[in-house]
Design a binder for this molecule. Structure first.
Ligand code: S3P
Length: 162
């Protein structure tokens, strides 16, 4: 399995689709799977049940995808904060899509409905990048820079590298 990790705005969903298309394989996305299983949007899960409950659903989605799918898997930006999720990823190709603050803010935009960004998009993204970059780096088997690059270009580098 090729697993794409990285913060919101790294381009995981777009790049994941392109990598899967180039490899002739399918893509799964944990945000999508969690929403389908829970029957609610992620923002509702955060508000009603809290982040910890969301991380548990996310961990279950990762475990299910790794067991039942072969191809490309894109994770939500905070999935690798969960130690159980990190353990599940051992032995897989894990690609960290790195993005700097300016490009992440530009790509995420305003009013995206992402619960962790409410109030102050730029400030929240900066904090998340500072806190999480060491975690992404520790889990990744490949790091790809995305700043100023098109998703096609990034996908091409991943396919060539794996
Ligand atoms: C989150 C990222 C989101 C989604 C949830 C939490 C995070 O996924 O899983 O809102 O903690 O960074 P994307 O990275 O696909 O936006």
């Amino acid at each position: 399995m090729i697993v794409l990790i990285g913060p919101m705005g790294a381009g995981k969903t777009t790049v994941g689709r392109l990598v899967a298309a180039r490899l002739g394989s399918a893509v799964r996305d944990t945000d999508h799977d969690v929403e389908a299983t829970a029957g609610r949007p992620i923002s509702d899960i955060f508000v009603e049940d809290g982040e910890e409950a969301f991380r548990a659903l996310e961990r279950a989605a990762v475990a299910d995808a790794l067991a039942s799918h072969d191809g490309v898997l894109t994770l939500g930006g905070g999935a690798v904060l969960d130690p159980g999720t990190r353990e599940l990823l051992a032995g897989h190709d894990v690609v960290f899509l790195r993005v700097g603050l300016a490009d992440a803010v530009k790509r995420v935009g305003l009013g995206t409905g992402r619960p962790l960004l409410l109030g102050n998009v730029r400030g929240r993204i900066k904090t998340l990048l500072d806190e999480r970059t060491p975690v992404y780096e520790s889990v990744a088997t490949l790091v790809v820079d995305t700043d100023g690059r098109t998703p096609e270009d990034v996908a091409g580098e991943i396919v060539a590298a794996l």
